[in-house]
Structures are given as structure tokens and as C-alpha cells.
Design a binder for this molecule. Structure first.
Ligand SMILES: Nc1ncnc2c1ncn2[C@@H]1O[C@H](COP(=O)(O)OP(=O)(O)OP(=O)(O)O)[C@@H](O)[C@H]1O
Ligand SMILES: [Mg+2]
Length: 374
């Protein structure tokens, strides 16, 4: 299977079809609401049609898309489940979908890294962990890539596709493993976990200030629980650190591809450009750029039409004409954004997808989109 494919313009850019066939891990990322989850699912369909056994890990999909993937309430979170109706030829693979459960992923990670069940329980049963586990900044992002690692090493899948959790900064996903390592090296964390010092003996200024503030705000019990939590975490710290580094390496491996999804709207393009820069700077492999939700360019009016319509008074036809102008302006602005963002994609393929007039809410919709993608 060749990595590069000859394109109609004679160049040899990787096509997204090639990326889908050769990658073992794909991450879709980009600004909010541009179609990351939909693209992740459609890439999954494409991979299954290429004969691969693929699992798409989604986070909080739109209700109708969840229905398309068969992820209704009866499906347990964290359990892979076969998506029906995607494959029917002998040469087809399988598409499975899984709803990320950050808490279960962390539980699994802690149990794997702990030396004993007691050590694991000390972390997981701590009231502080239970209170903060759902809301730790960046925790969902880390758990998404951690789950990717768990599924990858299980050896059960030819391809694991992970969708970015809806977050304000798509870049969080890239930085999650390094951020975890950074957290474990933070002076406050270090002072809380080093040795057998009790809260009263903590002398480090930053930690004392931190604990003093927590004590004032939340009461002494929470301080005891907090200190206890960080201590119990210290037992598995080595494992966490190793794993975060492994995940970080995996994300930069040559079997991994990042697919950036954007819309052609200026704000989204700005964020996507920032993300593409970060992907390049941090050495993550870019598999492709998908620009979704592009407005079709309306047919150009002939000079005769323009003349004929010039003297229109108010009325439905005048409104139609105004709408035609508006759409033309929008579509033109989008095309100039496309040129700018295309330059940033470098050697990676850029795929343009139109704004369809129906929501993508079922398997045939995903199959149609996957055909457009690859
Ligand atoms: N090309 C398209 N044409 C029409 N509708 C689309 C298209 N692509 C995606 N959609 C619809 O747009 C909505 C948002 O898509 P999706 O949930 O995939 O975005 P997202 O980037 O994952 O959002 P979030 O940042 O909230 O996770 C969905 O209802 C989806 O069906
Ligand atoms: Mg999404």
C-alpha cells in the first residue's frame, strides 16, 4: 500500500483515503461545532469499507449522531458496540463505536498502575478525588488520549479513532499528557506528596498558602482529605508519569494521524490555524485538514438578469435577490479563508465538504459523507 497517491494535478500528496488505510490512530480536533464528531464517524465508515476493524471513541455526540451510531441510553458507556448497517460486503471490516467514560478510564488507569488493590482504592475512594474527578481541567482531554492508548495496546483494533471532547481550546488535547507530567512536577503537588509530613509540618510557602486557603474556604476535613488524596496518588505517580510519556510518544508516532476539522468561518479558521501551528511545532503528525460546512457558491447572474432585476421594488423577488447577494458575499469570503488555511496544511491533504441541507443523523448520511471525504 503506497503512502503517497498520485493526484489529478500530478502532485503526490497523501490522500485522506491513504491516511485512513495506513493509520492505527486518528484524532479529530478543531474548533467547536464544526463537525469533528461527524468526521470521526465518517472516517470510521471509510476505514471499515477499506476492510479494517475500527472503533470510534466519541465524547458527547449530538443526539441524532449518537442515534446514527446506535449509542442510545441502553448502551453502557465505555463498552464498544458494533454499528449496524455500515458494512455488508465480504471485504468490509467492522465499525464499532464507544462513548468515552472519563471516570471509568481513570479508574482503569489507577488500578493498572497501583501496586495493590488497597492502593488503588485509596485514590478512587477518596472524597476529594470523587469531588474533582469530573471537573479537573483538561482531565477529559487526558482521558480521551489515555483511552486511545488503552484501546491501541489491547491489539483488538486495526484503527482507533478518537474525537476531541467539546472544549474551548482544542489545543488542550495535544497538551494533556505533558500537562499531567507538569502537574506531577508542580511544587505544591511535590510538597504535598513528598515524605510523610503532615499538614502541620508542611513548610513550603506555596503549599501552606494553598492549604490555608482551602482550610478557610472548605474546612479542615477537606484539607486532611486533600493531603491524603495527594499522598495516595504518590503511590502510583511513577506509573502515571510513565504512562503520560508513553501516550505523548504514541501521539507523535508514525502510525498516528491528526485530522484537523474546521469550518470556513473566520473565527473557526483562526482557531484551526493556531491548532495547525501547534501540531507542527510540537511534532504531531498531521494526516489531513477537513473544511466542513462550506456554503455552495450561488450561480452567477448574467448581465441581462442584473439589468432586469435592477429596478425591482420591494417584494419577494427583491428579497430573493438580496439573499442571493448575501449568499454570494458569504461564499466568496469563505473561499478566501480556504486559500489561507490551505497553505497551512502543507503536505497534508485538504478536503472541502459542503454544508448539506440535512443534518447527518443516520448511517446512510455517514456513508455519503465518508465517500466525500475519501
Ligand atoms: N456537512 C454538514 N452538513 C450539514 N450538517 C452537518 C455537516 N457536518 C456536521 N453537521 C451537523 O452539525 C452538527 C454538529 O456536528 P458535530 O457534532 O460533528 O460537531 P462537533 O465539532 O463535534 O461539535 P462539538 O464541538 O460540540 O463536539 C451535527 O448536528 C451534525 O449533524
Ligand atoms: Mg463533538
Amino acid at each position: 500500500m503506497s503512502r503517497k497517491e498520485q493526484r489529478s494535478d500530478g502532485s503526490t500528496k497523501d490522500s485522506l483515503a491513504a491516511v485512513v488505510r495506513r493509520s492505527e490512530l486518528i484524532l479529530t480536533c478543531g474548533p467547536g461545532g464544526v463537525g469533528k464528531t461527524t468526521t470521526a464517524a465518517a472516517l470510521g465508515v471509510a476505514a471499515a469499507h477499506a476492510g479494517r476493524k475500527v472503533v470510534v471513541v466519541t465524547v458527547d455526540p449530538a443526539r441524532r449522531l449518537a442515534d446514527a451510531l446506535g449509542l442510545d441510553e441502553s448502551i453502557a458507556a465505555d463498552e464498544p458496540h458494533l454499528v449496524k448497517g455500515v458494512t455488508n460486503r465480504k471485504t468490509d471490516g467492522e465499525l464499532w463505536a464507544l462513548m468515552l467514560d472519563a471516570e471509568q478510564t481513570f479508574d482503569r488507569l489507577v488500578r493498572e498502575q497501583a501496586g495493590s488493590r488497597k492502593q488503588a482504592d485509596a485514590v478512587l475512594n477518596n472524597p476529594v478525588y470523587q469531588a474533582i474527578s469530573g471537573s479537573l481541567s483538561g482531565a477529559q482531554e487526558y482521558m480521551a488520549v489515555e483511552r486511545l492508548h488503552q484501546l491501541h495496546v489491547s491489539g483488538e483494533w486495526d484503527l482507533v479513532i478518537v474525537d476531541t471532547p467539546p472544549s474551548r481550546h482544542a489545543i488542550d488535547l495535544l497538551e494533556a499528557p505533558d500537562r499531567l507530567v507538569g502537574f506531577l512536577s508542580h511544587p505544591v503537588y511535590r510538597t504535598l506528596t513528598v515524605g510523610q509530613r503532615t499538614f502541620a509540618k508542611v513548610t513550603d510557602a506555596a503549599s501552606s498558602m494553598f492549604l490555608w486557603a482551602v482550610k478557610r474556604l472548605a474546612g479542615p476535613q477537606i484539607v486532611e482529605d486533600t493531603v491524603e488524596f495527594f499522598r495516595s496518588l504518590a503511590n502510583i505517580e511513577g506509573g502515571l508519569r510513565r504512562r503520560a510519556k508513553e501516550v505523548s510518544r504514541l501521539l507523535r508516532g508514525d502510525r498516528t494521524s491528526f485530522v484537523v476539522v474546521s469550518s470556513p468561518r473566520a473565527e473557526a479558521v483562526g482557531e484551526a490555524e493556531h491548532l495547525l501551528d501547534a501540531i507542527g511545532d510540537k511534532g504531531f503528525p498531521l494526516g489531513g485538514l477537513v473544511v466542513n460546512l462550506i456554503h455552495p457558491m450561488p450561480t452567477e447572474l448574467s448581465d441581462d438578469d442584473v439589468e432586469l432585476l435592477a429596478d425591482l421594488d420591494d417584494g419577494p423577488l427583491a428579497d430573493q435577490l438580496e439573499w442571493h447577494h448575501e449568499l454570494t458575499r458569504l461564499a466568496t469570503a469563505e473561499r478566501s479563508e480556504l486559500v489561507a488555511i490551505g497553505k497551512l496544511a502543507g503536505d497534508a491533504p485538504m478536503i472541502e465538504l459542503p454544508l448539506l441541507d440535512v443534518d447527518i443523523h443516520d448511517v446512510p448520511g455517514l456513508i455519503d459523507l465518508s465517500a466525500r471525504l475519501v
